[in-house]
Write a protein that binds this ligand. Structure first.
Ligand SMILES: Cc1ncc(COP(=O)(O)O)c(C=O)c1O
Length: 424
């Protein structure tokens, strides 16, 4: 470890994680590039774990924010009325909800992904008067007790230090080969002897980000939606990581043709990496009493400013077209890579620019990601055993940078496979 990294070892908690995978001090960033203290350039295929879908320091958002701050615009206002909030709400309604024929009230639950998930679970329980929630294998929803209770990862769950209750985990799409998880779930709901009560809600990610880039089929999502309607169960779709264009459309559930009762959004919603979350609630279940779910940081006005500018990207279909083209290029590259390097025992996963390659050989994905960092690419791993290396380039990345990043991945794979004697 270099001398200047010791400050983190000495002063920061043991819980730190990404700093261990990317051990350098970053000083500057723009678009899809980051630079460290030594002037070394990195391509960013991490995008703040999905919080920087429009890249770093987007020029338009930056200028709007500087202008707002320079003019002494409101920074903090809890959930009082502010001009910035009014503009965000109106623009979000006009640009995102109305054209998609979606009818939602917008709740500001607190600034992070876990805040929106907590509010969704609480609301579903309040509205239905039921206690249990069905979650899915390898789901990830956050680190506070409620969201952790619907998260699958055993290491993270253990961190709670108390039993995580009132949750039943069911198999996600394709969790068990050749077993239809819908029939399985339905059987539990139908059978009064199954031991599973009708839950308040079901919560899922359309593509599981932390859980290993597992993409549910549109058919599976539709069937879950039908199940929820049949049993009066609130359907919560957690769009915190898969939303805001990551899979190719603003909401990742759009191509499935479903309209969840509650949608959780955060990460890239502010567009600029500023903490910001919303919980979208169908008006029929907008039942929290005033202040019943509260919080000091529910009105991040700086995020309202950048989020409103970010919505410019959704006023036409240019960004969607770009994501499609870049996603096709990335998927084709990875399929070819997996075929060429059979020793990877790789499987390409995901949708849009939410992509991963699962490697059957234990530890291989992590070694590839570490090697890629040495070669100047920032890329993380996912899955219960970190068995997937995960590509999250900015949706706005240019072709040249995308190709350069993909080339680093190939070079890293070649290097790692060559080094590992069992593959020679
Ligand atoms: C799908 C999903 N939900 C919720 C969260 C929690 O978000 P936060 O880390 O902002 O609390 C995450 C974070 O990665 C996520 O991927």
């Amino acid at each position: 470890m270099s001398e200047d990294m010791k400050v983190f070892e000495n002063l920061e908690s043991e819980v730190r994680s990404y700093v261990r995978n990317f051990p350098t001090i970053f000083t500057k960033t723009k678009g899809s590039k980051m630079w460290d203290k030594n002037g070394r350039e990195y391509i960013d295929f991490f995008s703040g774990a999905g919080a920087l879908n429009y890249g770093h320091n987007n020029e338009k958002m930056k200028l709007a924010l500087i202008d707002y701050i320079t003019n002494d615009g409101i920074a903090h206002s809890l959930d009082m009325a502010s001009d910035a909030k009014a503009k965000f709400l109106t623009t979000f309604n006009e640009v995102i909800l109305k054209p998609r024929n979606l009818d939602y009230k917008v709740m500001f639950p607190g600034p992070t992904g876990t805040n929106t998930v907590e509010s969704a679970l609480k609301l579903a329980r309040k509205v239905t008067g039921r206690t249990d929630v069905i979650s899915f294998t390898n789901g990830f929803h956050g680190m506070t007790i409620g969201s952790l209770s619907v998260t699958g990862n055993s290491m993270k769950r253990k961190g709670a230090g108390i039993p995580l209750q009132n949750v039943v985990t069911m198999p996600f799409d394709n969790y068990i080969n050749e077993q239809n998880s819908i029939d399985y779930i339905e059987r539990f709901l139908e059978d009064s002897g199954s031991g599973v009560d009708i839950p308040a809600a079901m919560i899922f990610e359309t593509v599981q980000g932390e859980g290993g880039i597992n993409a549910a089929s549109f058919e599976w999502m539709k069937k879950i939606d039908t199940l929820c309607k049949r049993w009066g169960i609130i359907l919560i779709v957690d769009e915190v990581q898969a939303g805001v264009g990551r899979t190719g459309t603003f909401f990742s559930f759009e191509p499935a043709g479903i309209k969840p009762d509650i949608v959780c959004l955060s990460k890239s919603l502010s567009g600029y990496g500023l903490p910001f979350a919303v919980t979208l609630i169908h008006p029929d279940i907008d039942k929290f009493a005033p202040g019943e779910h509260n919080g000091t940081f529910r009105g991040n006005n700086h995020a309202f400013i950048t989020a409103t500018v970010a919505l410019d990207y959704w006023k036409d279909n240019q960004l969607e077209q770009n994501i499609k083209a870049k996603s096709a290029k990335t998927h084709a590259f990875l399929h070819n890579l997996v075929e060429k390097h059979s020793k990877l025992q790789g499987e390409v996963r995901g949708r849009g620019l939410m992509v991963g390659v699962s490697c059957a050989v234990k530890g291989l994905a992590s070694r590839i990601a570490a090697q890629a960092f040495d070669y100047g690419l920032i890329m993380e791993t996912a899955g219960p055993e970190d068995e997937v290396f995960k590509l999250f380039p900015a949706l706005t990345i240019d072709d040249e940078t995308l190709e350069a990043g993909l080339a680093i991945i190939e070079k890293s794979i070649e290097h790692v496979l060559k080094k590992e004697t069992q593959f020679v």
